[in-house]
Ligand binder design. Structure first.
Ligand SMILES: C[S@@+](CC[C@H](N)C(=O)[O-])C[C@H]1O[C@@H](n2cnc3c(N)ncnc32)[C@H](O)[C@@H]1O
Length: 242
């Protein structure tokens, strides 16, 4: 696909892209794709739009849109979104945002975007490392990149607002808590959070682990932290009667 465009691979990614308002320039399917059955069963909200917009293509042409030949036989091309206020610079966040420092694995980035969308985070920013809009990352999030802002950050200086660095050596999350305006920083898969980001952080916070376990996987730790925030904010709003 060309500059400013994103490859969207597979029925579920196309479904989420449509559902969350992506600007799709093309949607294609091959003859033996069962996208209509999938849409009827799993996505009646976007079925009519798919019916109008899907262009049937040959197997050979489909491979140009889906080089790995996605098993659902559907793919699309979308415009890469631009954001007025990227998550790392939000003036006042209503929900935590996530910043990944130099992630190396596209599968981790996709899994992080997916859980961030599910938990209701306000965005995912990536500082260095891989492009979060790489086709493999968009496939890994099942197209949920279109559900929240996903940006690239060049410099730590671009970050504003309260920062919590997630680190196994930090203060336990049960006592530290996570505020809704926080930018949650997660370190690279091997080395963890850099000294520069630890210095920028207001606090270091740890997810409790059984003795002998040195760390959680990157995407798993994002999931645990975001769901800790989500479940504790639901509990707090219930106990305050709001
Ligand atoms: C695979 S871990 C990196 C391991 C690295 N050796 C370290 O000690 O930080 C990737 C990132 O996940 C987060 N993480 C993993 N386990 C964690 C825990 N128990 N508490 C807080 N953050 C954790 C941290 O942000 C960490 O930088």
């Amino acid at each position: 696909v060309g500059p400013g465009l994103v490859q969207v691979d597979g029925f579920h990614a196309v479904k989420h892209a449509l559902r969350f308002g992506a600007q799709l320039t093309e949607i294609v399917a091959v003859a033996d794709s069962d996208w209509l059955r999938l849409a009827t069963e799993l996505a009646p909200d976007v079925k009519d739009e798919l019916r109008v917009r899907v262009r049937m293509v040959s197997e050979a042409e489909f491979l140009r849109y889906s080089p790995g030949r996605h098993q659902t036989g559907m793919a699309a091309v979308a415009r890469r979104p631009l954001y007025d206020l990227p998550p790392e610079r939000a003036a006042k966040r209503l929900a935590p945002a996530v910043l990944l420092e130099e992630p190396r694995r596209l599968g981790n980035v996709g899994a992080v975007v997916r859980v961030a969308a599910a938990a209701g985070a306000s965005g995912v920013a990536v500082l260095g490392g891989v492009d979060p809009w790489h086709p493999a990352a968009v496939r890994g999030s099942a197209g949920l990149h279109f559900a929240l802002p996903v940006t690239c950050v060049d410099d730590v200086a671009a970050i504003t607002g309260p920062v919590v660095a997630m680190d196994p050596e930090g203060e336990p999350i049960g006592t530290a808590g996570i505020g809704s305006q926080t930018l949650l920083v997660f370190g690279t898969e091997r080395e963890g959070v850099s000294d520069a980001l630890k210095q920028r952080a207001d606090r270091l916070v740890a997810l409790p682990m059984r003795p002998g376990v040195s760390s959680l996987n990157l995407a798993t730790s994002v999931a645990a932290a975001l769901y800790w925030w989500r479940l504790s904010s639901i509990k707090n709003s219930r106990s305050s009667g709001s």
